[in-house]
Design a protein around this ligand. Structure first.
Ligand SMILES: *Cc1c(COP(=O)(O)O)cnc(C)c1O
Length: 424
């Protein structure tokens, strides 16, 4: 069962002030979850969660996480700027990075995590001098598999460097007077099993022991990155972060402690797990259509939430006010793009939907708003924080046509366009 964190009445009241569609975030849920994460890893004194900014790049959400102890994982110039605005520790886990972004990251004190062996010289050239702390991203190749059959394919992924390159990399960094070292790996995405982090940690801990044996480098931190998933399906059981933290601790005690590496800090860069379940897209049914199938047209589209169109991802839907009604209708719930994949749900069993009903799309708090684009000239929605005292606070206004047109200011016709905007 999935339950919305706002009622129909609350949603209607918010919609009077901020018209649909909008993304809404549950402050209480985000704070409580971050506290559980900290508790799960409290056994490791250096532990830090670096929230993956790409999941939900809103400074108000970022600030909430920072207040609860999170730093930020960035991978672009603008994400770095947001992290700088909010404050806190920064990890720069980027790839195919321009020199200018490395310079900015270094200037604002971010830890730089290099995606490839060749980027060591590139970074040296970009900065002139190597930073004191450098992290290297690892890719073991092959297939990463867990006991329940879930797997991912690092051998097919563009990220990270091979074991040999990693060893050479640490030798090289040592010769360049780097004094603090880390490793990072992201080997499986959206894992809904408590096994992922402990298994990854075991692999990385053994690697850390080997790095010390082969290069003399003792790692200061091991970054388990993201990949901890959430249950998008209503019948799926979610991860238990306390069990996950305990599983990582067991590996730590078994592998790192006997090897004399007990001072290693554990870092994570979770995005989806931190905000995914605590966001929703609220949209209104504005059309119904009866052809070869039954369609409900809503005022949001894939521009507001791309995951269903892009990956065929499931997002649960609640028709607000009809939480208890029988799901005795079958609908495709669709957006307005001129793209046939713009469907939030296909053949979904739902209660009867009337025009004007509010449709609550669950689990949009990560990789939701942020993944949006602007196809068909569609505008991005507002973002609203549902605060701990039950207030609705606007944390990003909806885009307006003038935002969409703003980069046309290089054209001679821009003044005419502004006149059209004024008249519209
Ligand atoms: C996307 C990403 C994350 C966050 O992944 P989630 O699956 O949202 O936890 C963390 N680190 C890096 C380098 C990423 O690219």
């Amino acid at each position: 069962m999935k339950t919305p964190f706002i009622t129909k009445e609350q949603a209607e009241r918010i919609a009077e002030q901020y018209p649909t569609p909008f993304h809404i975030y549950d402050e209480k849920g985000i704070r409580e979850n971050m506290r559980r994460v900290k508790k799960a890893f409290a056994w490791n004194p250096g532990f830090r969660e670096y929230f993956a900014v790409k999941a939900e790049p809103n400074p108000v959400i970022m600030k909430i996480l920072h207040e609860e102890g999170a730093g930020f994982d960035c991978s672009s110039l603008t994400e770095l700027m947001l992290a700088k605005l909010v404050g806190g520790e920064i990890m720069f886990s980027s790839n195919e990075t321009p020199a200018q972004e490395y310079r900015y990251a270094d200037r604002i004190g971010a830890v730089i995590n290099l995606d490839d062996f060749t980027h060591i010289d590139y970074l040296k050239n970009a900065l002139g001098e190597m930073p004191k702390t450098v992290s290297l991203r690892y890719n073991p190749g092959g297939v990463f598999q867990m006991s329940n059959g879930i797997m991912d394919n690092p051998g097919d992924a563009k990220y990270g460097m091979t074991t040999e390159q990693l060893m050479d990399g640490f030798r090289k960094l040592k010769d360049m007077n780097v004094t603090s070292f880390g490793i990072h790996a992201f080997l499986a995405s959206n894992t809904v099993t408590n096994e992922y982090y402990p298994k990854l940690a075991g692999d990385l801990f053994r690697l850390a022991v080997r790095i010390r044996q082969e290069t003399g480098v003792s790692l200061s931190f091991i970054n388990l990155s993201g990949g901890v998933g959430i249950p998008y399906q209503p019948d799926q059981e979610g991860n238990d972060i306390l069990v996950i933290g305990e599983g990582v601790r067991e590996q730590f005690e078994q592998i790192l402690v006997p090897a004399g590496l007990k001072d290693v800090s554990i870092y994570t860069e979770m995005g989806r797990f931190m905000t995914g379940p605590y966001g929703a897209l609220v949209t209104r049914a504005i059309h119904e259509k009866h052809i070869y199938k039954e369609y409900i047209g809503v005022d949001a589209c894939a521009v507001n939430l791309m995951r269903p169109a892009m990956y065929g991802a499931y997002h649960h839907i609640t028709v607000l006010g009809k939480e208890a009604a029988a799901c005795d209708h079958i609908y495709d719930v669709v957006g307005s793009l001129c793209e046939n994949n713009d469907k939030f749900a296909v053949d979904r069993k739902l209660p009867q939907i009337e025009i004007g009903d509010l449709i609550y799309i669950h689990d949009t708090g990560a990789h939701g708003f942020s993944m949006g684009y602007s196809y068909n000239g569609k505008l991005k929605s507002a973002e609203i924080l549902f605060t701990e005292d039950g207030e609705a606070r606007l944390i990003r206004r909806a885009e307006r046509p003038e935002d969409y047109f703003s980069t046309l200011d290089v054209l001679p016709d821009y003044e005419k366009l502004k006149e059209i905007l004024r008249e519209a």
